[in-house]
Design a binder for this molecule. Structure first.
Ligand code: SAM
Ligand code: SF4
Length: 361
């Protein structure tokens, strides 16, 4: 007799066929899967949640990804860039609120002015209270030299989602040209790892043309790459992007949410000690989405610290959660929401990936 669903739930070395069985779970089976994700996380990482104060540095982008509102081809976006002082005051606020880490994210730019300013800002953030803030960057594909410069300046975690680990699907959601090369994205992940970054990647869930086979392969890709962090979130169609015309060919909002939660729980079973982000996109399509992601195995939240007047211009996808929130409200709201599901925030700590730290030793 073949393995039952409950047998598969006890495995950590999951094969593609096991993963597909788990991704198909519904009803009670899905509940058991999500509970297993939580159980594995609690056993390895306790009930702590780490915070990264998110600073959306700018929305100018050289790329033209077919799904993202910040794409260079979207003429409706009012482009902005934070000043150095605005970035540093966000970082100081993160420190005052006890977040322990900040994450600097933006559209992709590779001009020397951008590279120099990020180097400067990383150094300045590191000066706050003698280097007490950890720094994550999510600034897209860069040269080896740039990645090294930013690492040497003091940042130590980098998030670069592969978006889909299947090359064919990758080119269905990106233009097929040198600026959007799948190979280059893979190479960048390799360079980041080699340079010593705690490297994170991830995919969007519920994309047009995406199948359970693709998603199972994505999970196996994360494992094979032995990444330290993963950020998974539902795809949300943006009206001013080319992919929007396929919005009726994707799973329903609920199904995209459920699939994301199942991906999180399965990945937690496969990689018990990595850091996993409960993406804002989860909360955007479900008011309880972030908490549900934490309860399925995620352990990182990125509260938005971008100054209010810029938030609506960082319009990756519609109805982004917390666009109106103020950081102090966010704080109380998060503490309460997380306590309600038996979790607590670990304040004043970098919250590095346990998987990465152990590997280094
Ligand atoms: N430019 C950098 C990059 O692409 O790596 C970082 C910023 S980009 C806005 C951050 C992430 O937003 C992307 O990796 C992508 O997965 C996500 N994203 C973009 N458009 C999205 C959409 N329509 N729905 C869900 N997530 C989206
Ligand atoms: Fe630019 Fe990143 Fe959006 Fe692609 S996903 S268009 S690189 S901001």
């Amino acid at each position: 007799m073949g393995a039952t669903f409950e047998d598969i739930l006890q495995r950590s070395d999951l094969k593609k066929e096991d993963i597909k069985v788990l991704l198909s779970a519904a009803g009670l089976e899905m509940e058991h899967l999500l509970r297993r994700g939580l159980e594995v996380k609690l056993a390895h990482l306790d009930n702590y949640v780490h915070l990264r104060g998110l600073i959306e540095y700018g929305n100018t982008c050289e790329k033209n990804c077919l799904y993202c509102g910040l794409r260079s081809g979207n003429g409706k976006v009012e482009r902005y860039g934070l000043t150095d002082e605005e970035v540093l005051s966000c970082a100081r606020l993160a420190h005052e609120l006890g977040y322990g880490s900040v994450a600097l994210q933006s559209g992709e730019r590779s001009d020397p002015e951008f590279i120099d300013r990020i180097t400067f800002l990383v150094r300045e953030i590191k000066k706050i209270d003698g280097g007490s803030l950890g720094i994550t960057l999510s600034l897209g594909e860069q040269s080896e030299d740039t990645y090294r410069r930013w690492f040497d300046a003091g940042a130590h975690r980098y998030l670069l989602r592969i978006e889909s680990s299947n090359e064919e699907l990758y080119y269905k959601i990106h233009p097929r040209n040198d600026r959007h090369s799948f190979r280059k994205r893979l190479e960048c992940l390799g360079i980041l790892k080699r340079t010593g970054w705690q490297t994170g990647t991830g995919v969007m869930v519920g994309l047009p043309f995406q199948t359970l086979d693709h998603l199972a392969d994505d999970l196996l890709f994360f494992k094979r790459m032995d990444v330290a962090m993963v950020g998974l979130g539902p795809y949300i169609p943006h009206p001013d992007t080319p992919l929007y015309r396929l919005k009726d060919q994707i799973p329903s909002t609920k199904d995209r949410m459920d699939l994301t939660l199942k991906m999180i729980a399965i990945l937690r079973m496969m990689m018990p000690e990595i850091n996993m982000v409960a993406a804002t996109a989860n909360q955007t399509i479900d008011p309880q989405g972030r908490e549900k992601a934490i309860a399925a195995g995620a352990n990182v939240i990125m509260p938005n610290l971008t100054p209010g007047e810029y938030r609506e211009s960082y319009f990756i996808y519609p109805d982004k959660a917390c666009v109106q929130d103020q950081p102090d409200q966010c704080q109380t709201c998060l503490d309460i929401r997380l306590a309600a599901i038996g979790h607590r925030i670990l304040y004043n700590a970098w919250g590095d990936s346990v998987a990465f730290t152990k590997n280094k030793k």
